[in-house]
Write a protein that binds this ligand. Structure first.
Ligand SMILES: O=P(O)(O)OC[C@H]1O[C@](O)(COP(=O)(O)O)[C@@H](O)[C@@H]1O
Length: 341
Protein backbone atom coordinates (compact mmCIF):
# COMPACT_ATOMS: atom_id res chain seq x y z
CA UNK A 1 0.00 0.00 0.00
CA UNK A 2 1.53 3.39 -1.07
CA UNK A 3 2.43 5.46 2.04
CA UNK A 4 0.14 8.52 2.37
CA UNK A 5 1.86 11.35 0.46
CA UNK A 6 2.42 14.20 2.88
CA UNK A 7 2.16 17.83 1.71
CA UNK A 8 5.62 19.25 1.15
CA UNK A 9 6.15 22.61 2.87
CA UNK A 10 9.17 24.38 1.45
CA UNK A 11 11.51 26.59 3.49
CA UNK A 12 10.16 29.62 1.59
CA UNK A 13 6.54 28.81 2.42
CA UNK A 14 7.44 28.08 6.04
CA UNK A 15 9.37 31.33 6.57
CA UNK A 16 6.61 33.38 4.93
CA UNK A 17 4.05 31.77 7.29
CA UNK A 18 6.35 32.51 10.25
CA UNK A 19 6.74 36.15 9.17
CA UNK A 20 2.95 36.53 9.14
CA UNK A 21 2.97 35.89 12.93
CA UNK A 22 4.71 39.25 13.42
CA UNK A 23 2.54 42.13 12.14
CA UNK A 24 5.58 44.47 11.92
CA UNK A 25 7.84 41.91 10.28
CA UNK A 26 9.31 43.07 6.95
CA UNK A 27 10.39 39.63 5.71
CA UNK A 28 14.07 40.72 5.54
CA UNK A 29 15.20 38.03 8.02
CA UNK A 30 13.36 35.29 6.09
CA UNK A 31 14.78 36.53 2.81
CA UNK A 32 18.29 36.47 4.33
CA UNK A 33 17.69 32.88 5.47
CA UNK A 34 16.64 31.94 1.94
CA UNK A 35 19.87 33.45 0.59
CA UNK A 36 21.94 31.40 3.05
CA UNK A 37 19.98 28.29 1.98
CA UNK A 38 20.78 29.07 -1.67
CA UNK A 39 24.51 29.32 -0.91
CA UNK A 40 24.37 25.99 0.94
CA UNK A 41 22.65 24.31 -2.02
CA UNK A 42 25.57 25.44 -4.22
CA UNK A 43 28.07 24.12 -1.63
CA UNK A 44 26.08 20.85 -1.38
CA UNK A 45 26.46 20.26 -5.12
CA UNK A 46 30.28 20.45 -4.83
CA UNK A 47 30.37 18.34 -1.67
CA UNK A 48 28.31 15.60 -3.34
CA UNK A 49 30.71 15.25 -6.26
CA UNK A 50 33.88 16.13 -4.38
CA UNK A 51 35.67 12.93 -5.47
CA UNK A 52 35.04 13.70 -9.14
CA UNK A 53 36.12 17.30 -9.32
CA UNK A 54 39.40 18.83 -8.15
CA UNK A 55 38.02 20.01 -4.82
CA UNK A 56 39.40 17.51 -2.32
CA UNK A 57 42.60 18.11 -0.37
CA UNK A 58 44.46 21.12 0.90
CA UNK A 59 44.33 24.56 -0.71
CA UNK A 60 47.85 25.41 0.43
CA UNK A 61 46.98 28.46 2.57
CA UNK A 62 46.38 28.70 6.35
CA UNK A 63 43.62 30.67 8.07
CA UNK A 64 43.77 33.10 11.01
CA UNK A 65 43.39 30.09 13.35
CA UNK A 66 46.66 28.72 11.92
CA UNK A 67 44.77 25.80 10.34
CA UNK A 68 45.50 24.53 6.84
CA UNK A 69 42.59 25.52 4.60
CA UNK A 70 40.97 22.83 2.48
CA UNK A 71 39.87 23.59 -1.11
CA UNK A 72 36.24 23.06 -0.04
CA UNK A 73 36.71 25.53 2.85
CA UNK A 74 37.68 28.21 0.30
CA UNK A 75 34.89 27.27 -2.15
CA UNK A 76 32.25 27.34 0.61
CA UNK A 77 33.61 30.63 2.00
CA UNK A 78 33.62 32.37 -1.40
CA UNK A 79 30.13 31.06 -2.22
CA UNK A 80 28.60 32.41 1.01
CA UNK A 81 30.35 35.78 0.63
CA UNK A 82 29.21 36.16 -3.03
CA UNK A 83 25.59 35.22 -2.33
CA UNK A 84 25.33 37.44 0.78
CA UNK A 85 27.07 40.39 -0.93
CA UNK A 86 24.36 40.24 -3.62
CA UNK A 87 21.56 39.63 -1.16
CA UNK A 88 20.78 43.30 -0.27
CA UNK A 89 19.59 41.95 3.11
CA UNK A 90 23.08 41.65 4.59
CA UNK A 91 25.26 44.56 5.77
CA UNK A 92 28.36 42.41 6.26
CA UNK A 93 29.85 39.07 7.25
CA UNK A 94 32.38 37.52 9.55
CA UNK A 95 33.81 34.12 8.63
CA UNK A 96 35.97 31.56 10.45
CA UNK A 97 38.16 31.63 7.33
CA UNK A 98 38.65 35.44 7.22
CA UNK A 99 40.92 37.37 9.59
CA UNK A 100 38.61 40.42 9.67
CA UNK A 101 34.88 41.04 9.17
CA UNK A 102 33.75 42.28 5.74
CA UNK A 103 31.44 45.33 5.57
CA UNK A 104 29.45 45.56 2.31
CA UNK A 105 29.34 49.28 1.36
CA UNK A 106 26.94 49.26 -1.60
CA UNK A 107 23.80 51.49 -1.19
CA UNK A 108 21.48 48.52 -0.44
CA UNK A 109 23.68 46.63 2.02
CA UNK A 110 24.42 49.68 4.20
CA UNK A 111 20.65 49.99 4.73
CA UNK A 112 20.35 46.35 5.86
CA UNK A 113 19.54 45.62 9.53
CA UNK A 114 21.44 42.35 9.73
CA UNK A 115 24.97 40.90 9.75
CA UNK A 116 25.83 37.20 9.26
CA UNK A 117 28.57 35.07 10.84
CA UNK A 118 29.49 31.63 9.50
CA UNK A 119 31.78 28.63 9.65
CA UNK A 120 31.61 27.87 5.92
CA UNK A 121 32.74 24.25 6.18
CA UNK A 122 32.71 22.67 9.64
CA UNK A 123 34.49 19.38 10.16
CA UNK A 124 37.21 20.05 7.59
CA UNK A 125 39.21 17.05 8.81
CA UNK A 126 36.38 14.82 7.54
CA UNK A 127 36.16 16.24 3.99
CA UNK A 128 38.54 13.75 2.34
CA UNK A 129 37.08 10.73 4.14
CA UNK A 130 33.46 11.39 3.10
CA UNK A 131 32.15 11.76 6.65
CA UNK A 132 29.40 14.29 7.43
CA UNK A 133 30.45 17.94 7.34
CA UNK A 134 28.43 21.14 7.57
CA UNK A 135 27.95 24.90 7.41
CA UNK A 136 27.08 26.85 10.59
CA UNK A 137 25.52 30.35 10.43
CA UNK A 138 24.10 32.99 12.75
CA UNK A 139 22.36 36.35 12.29
CA UNK A 140 22.54 39.46 14.50
CA UNK A 141 20.58 42.68 14.21
CA UNK A 142 23.06 45.54 13.83
CA UNK A 143 23.88 47.91 16.71
CA UNK A 144 25.62 50.41 14.38
CA UNK A 145 23.54 53.07 12.56
CA UNK A 146 21.86 52.07 9.26
CA UNK A 147 23.00 53.99 6.20
CA UNK A 148 26.71 53.54 6.97
CA UNK A 149 28.87 50.39 6.70
CA UNK A 150 28.56 47.93 9.62
CA UNK A 151 31.23 47.86 12.32
CA UNK A 152 33.01 45.21 14.46
CA UNK A 153 30.55 45.95 17.29
CA UNK A 154 27.79 44.40 15.16
CA UNK A 155 29.65 41.05 15.29
CA UNK A 156 30.83 41.15 18.93
CA UNK A 157 27.42 40.73 20.57
CA UNK A 158 26.44 38.10 23.16
CA UNK A 159 24.82 34.98 21.73
CA UNK A 160 21.62 35.79 23.62
CA UNK A 161 21.13 38.71 21.18
CA UNK A 162 21.05 36.41 18.13
CA UNK A 163 17.98 36.79 15.87
CA UNK A 164 18.43 33.37 14.29
CA UNK A 165 21.02 30.61 13.92
CA UNK A 166 21.28 27.36 12.01
CA UNK A 167 23.37 24.78 10.27
CA UNK A 168 23.31 22.68 7.13
CA UNK A 169 24.58 19.11 7.44
CA UNK A 170 25.95 17.48 4.29
CA UNK A 171 25.35 13.88 5.33
CA UNK A 172 23.38 10.84 4.13
CA UNK A 173 20.77 13.47 3.33
CA UNK A 174 21.32 17.22 3.27
CA UNK A 175 19.39 18.99 6.01
CA UNK A 176 19.00 22.59 7.13
CA UNK A 177 18.13 23.12 10.79
CA UNK A 178 17.39 26.63 11.98
CA UNK A 179 16.21 28.31 15.13
CA UNK A 180 14.52 31.58 15.96
CA UNK A 181 12.94 32.56 19.25
CA UNK A 182 9.84 30.71 17.93
CA UNK A 183 11.56 27.32 17.93
CA UNK A 184 13.73 24.93 15.93
CA UNK A 185 12.74 23.31 12.62
CA UNK A 186 14.50 20.90 10.27
CA UNK A 187 14.24 20.83 6.47
CA UNK A 188 15.52 18.10 4.14
CA UNK A 189 16.79 18.95 0.64
CA UNK A 190 14.44 17.37 -1.91
CA UNK A 191 16.93 16.99 -4.77
CA UNK A 192 14.35 16.58 -7.55
CA UNK A 193 12.88 20.04 -6.89
CA UNK A 194 16.00 21.56 -5.33
CA UNK A 195 14.02 22.76 -2.31
CA UNK A 196 14.52 22.36 1.45
CA UNK A 197 11.23 20.85 2.68
CA UNK A 198 9.95 20.69 6.26
CA UNK A 199 10.84 17.22 7.64
CA UNK A 200 11.49 17.81 11.36
CA UNK A 201 9.00 20.37 12.71
CA UNK A 202 9.42 21.80 16.21
CA UNK A 203 12.60 19.89 17.15
CA UNK A 204 13.00 19.23 20.90
CA UNK A 205 16.30 18.04 22.45
CA UNK A 206 15.43 15.05 24.70
CA UNK A 207 15.74 15.92 28.40
CA UNK A 208 17.77 12.76 29.06
CA UNK A 209 20.46 11.06 26.95
CA UNK A 210 22.75 8.03 27.01
CA UNK A 211 25.41 9.18 24.54
CA UNK A 212 28.51 11.19 25.42
CA UNK A 213 30.65 12.72 22.69
CA UNK A 214 34.14 14.23 22.88
CA UNK A 215 37.67 13.58 21.58
CA UNK A 216 38.52 10.97 24.21
CA UNK A 217 42.04 10.82 22.85
CA UNK A 218 42.70 14.08 24.72
CA UNK A 219 41.48 12.67 28.06
CA UNK A 220 44.86 12.83 29.80
CA UNK A 221 44.97 16.56 29.13
CA UNK A 222 41.50 17.33 30.53
CA UNK A 223 41.06 18.57 34.12
CA UNK A 224 40.17 16.03 36.82
CA UNK A 225 36.45 16.95 36.86
CA UNK A 226 36.06 16.08 33.16
CA UNK A 227 37.92 12.79 33.66
CA UNK A 228 35.68 11.96 36.63
CA UNK A 229 32.60 12.60 34.47
CA UNK A 230 34.01 10.27 31.77
CA UNK A 231 34.53 7.61 34.46
CA UNK A 232 30.90 8.12 35.51
CA UNK A 233 29.73 7.65 31.90
CA UNK A 234 31.77 4.44 31.48
CA UNK A 235 30.85 2.98 34.89
CA UNK A 236 28.54 -0.09 35.06
CA UNK A 237 25.11 0.84 36.55
CA UNK A 238 22.24 -1.16 35.12
CA UNK A 239 19.55 0.93 36.84
CA UNK A 240 20.81 4.14 35.26
CA UNK A 241 21.55 2.48 31.92
CA UNK A 242 25.28 3.01 32.23
CA UNK A 243 27.82 2.63 30.74
CA UNK A 244 26.65 5.25 28.22
CA UNK A 245 27.71 4.96 24.54
CA UNK A 246 30.59 7.07 23.22
CA UNK A 247 30.06 8.56 19.75
CA UNK A 248 32.41 11.08 18.08
CA UNK A 249 32.33 11.95 14.35
CA UNK A 250 34.75 14.83 14.70
CA UNK A 251 32.45 17.30 12.92
CA UNK A 252 30.67 19.52 15.45
CA UNK A 253 27.64 19.85 13.13
CA UNK A 254 27.23 16.07 12.87
CA UNK A 255 27.84 15.41 16.59
CA UNK A 256 25.42 18.20 17.56
CA UNK A 257 22.77 17.06 15.08
CA UNK A 258 22.81 13.59 16.67
CA UNK A 259 22.69 15.13 20.15
CA UNK A 260 19.71 17.34 19.18
CA UNK A 261 17.76 14.38 17.76
CA UNK A 262 18.75 11.54 20.13
CA UNK A 263 19.85 13.42 23.28
CA UNK A 264 23.15 13.13 25.08
CA UNK A 265 26.06 15.50 25.58
CA UNK A 266 28.71 16.94 23.25
CA UNK A 267 31.80 18.42 24.89
CA UNK A 268 34.98 20.17 23.81
CA UNK A 269 36.53 21.07 27.18
CA UNK A 270 39.57 23.21 27.77
CA UNK A 271 42.77 21.36 28.60
CA UNK A 272 46.15 22.08 30.17
CA UNK A 273 47.50 23.44 26.84
CA UNK A 274 44.35 25.13 25.44
CA UNK A 275 42.40 26.35 28.49
CA UNK A 276 39.62 27.60 26.20
CA UNK A 277 39.47 24.43 24.11
CA UNK A 278 39.36 24.53 20.30
CA UNK A 279 35.91 25.63 19.17
CA UNK A 280 35.15 29.24 18.18
CA UNK A 281 32.62 31.17 20.26
CA UNK A 282 31.15 33.32 17.47
CA UNK A 283 31.10 30.82 14.57
CA UNK A 284 30.45 27.48 16.28
CA UNK A 285 29.48 27.64 19.97
CA UNK A 286 27.03 30.61 20.04
CA UNK A 287 24.93 29.42 17.05
CA UNK A 288 24.81 25.84 18.39
CA UNK A 289 23.98 27.06 21.92
CA UNK A 290 21.14 29.22 20.51
CA UNK A 291 19.70 26.22 18.61
CA UNK A 292 20.00 23.72 21.48
CA UNK A 293 18.54 26.15 24.05
CA UNK A 294 15.63 26.92 21.69
CA UNK A 295 15.06 23.13 21.56
CA UNK A 296 14.99 22.84 25.38
CA UNK A 297 18.61 21.77 25.97
CA UNK A 298 21.45 23.64 27.69
CA UNK A 299 24.88 24.97 26.63
CA UNK A 300 27.56 25.94 29.17
CA UNK A 301 31.29 26.76 29.17
CA UNK A 302 31.83 25.18 32.58
CA UNK A 303 31.17 28.30 34.61
CA UNK A 304 28.11 29.75 32.94
CA UNK A 305 25.83 29.98 29.90
CA UNK A 306 27.61 30.18 26.52
CA UNK A 307 25.01 32.74 25.31
CA UNK A 308 25.91 35.14 28.17
CA UNK A 309 29.59 35.37 27.20
CA UNK A 310 30.48 38.93 26.09
CA UNK A 311 32.76 38.36 23.05
CA UNK A 312 36.05 40.27 23.04
CA UNK A 313 37.52 39.01 19.74
CA UNK A 314 36.03 37.64 16.52
CA UNK A 315 38.01 34.38 16.66
CA UNK A 316 38.03 33.70 20.42
CA UNK A 317 37.54 30.11 21.59
CA UNK A 318 35.51 28.70 24.49
CA UNK A 319 35.08 25.33 26.23
CA UNK A 320 31.60 23.87 25.62
CA UNK A 321 29.29 21.34 27.32
CA UNK A 322 26.03 21.12 25.35
CA UNK A 323 22.98 18.90 24.93
CA UNK A 324 20.31 17.24 27.10
CA UNK A 325 19.42 19.16 30.26
CA UNK A 326 19.95 16.24 32.66
CA UNK A 327 23.23 14.92 31.24
CA UNK A 328 24.85 18.36 30.83
CA UNK A 329 23.81 19.29 34.39
CA UNK A 330 25.41 16.04 35.56
CA UNK A 331 28.63 16.85 33.69
CA UNK A 332 28.71 20.37 35.17
CA UNK A 333 28.34 18.93 38.68
CA UNK A 334 31.71 17.23 38.04
CA UNK A 335 33.40 20.07 36.14
CA UNK A 336 34.81 23.22 37.73
CA UNK A 337 36.37 24.88 34.70
CA UNK A 338 39.13 27.34 35.48
CA UNK A 339 38.78 28.87 32.04
CA UNK A 340 37.79 32.56 32.12
CA UNK A 341 36.22 33.71 28.85
O1 LIG B 1 39.96 16.83 15.80
P1 LIG B 1 39.43 17.36 17.10
O2 LIG B 1 40.47 18.06 17.94
O3 LIG B 1 38.67 16.36 17.86
O4 LIG B 1 38.41 18.54 16.70
C1 LIG B 1 37.21 18.26 16.05
C2 LIG B 1 36.41 19.52 16.09
O5 LIG B 1 37.06 20.49 15.26
C3 LIG B 1 36.20 20.90 14.21
O6 LIG B 1 36.46 20.17 13.08
C4 LIG B 1 36.51 22.38 14.01
O7 LIG B 1 35.89 22.86 13.00
P2 LIG B 1 36.52 23.32 11.58
O8 LIG B 1 36.58 22.10 10.78
O9 LIG B 1 35.52 24.28 11.12
O10 LIG B 1 37.85 23.94 11.80
C5 LIG B 1 34.79 20.62 14.73
O11 LIG B 1 33.86 20.42 13.73
C6 LIG B 1 35.00 19.33 15.53
O12 LIG B 1 34.06 19.17 16.55
Amino acid sequence: MESKKRKLITLDEFTIQETRQFPNATGELSSLLRDIALACKIINKQVNKAGLVDILGKHGATNVQGEEQMKLDIFANDTLINVLQNSAECAGIASEENDEFLAFDDPYSVQSKYVVLFDPLDGSSNIDVNASIGTIFSIYRRVSPLGSPCTEADFLQEGSRLMAAGYVIYGSSTMLVYATKLGVNGFTLEGSIGEFCLSHPNLQCPEKGKIYSLNQGNSNKYEQGVRNFLEYCMEENKEEGRPYSHRYIGSMVADLHRTLIKGGIFMYPGDKKNVNGKLRLQYECNPMAFIVEAAGGIADFGNGRILDIMPKELHQRTPIFIGSKQLVSKALSFVTEKASV
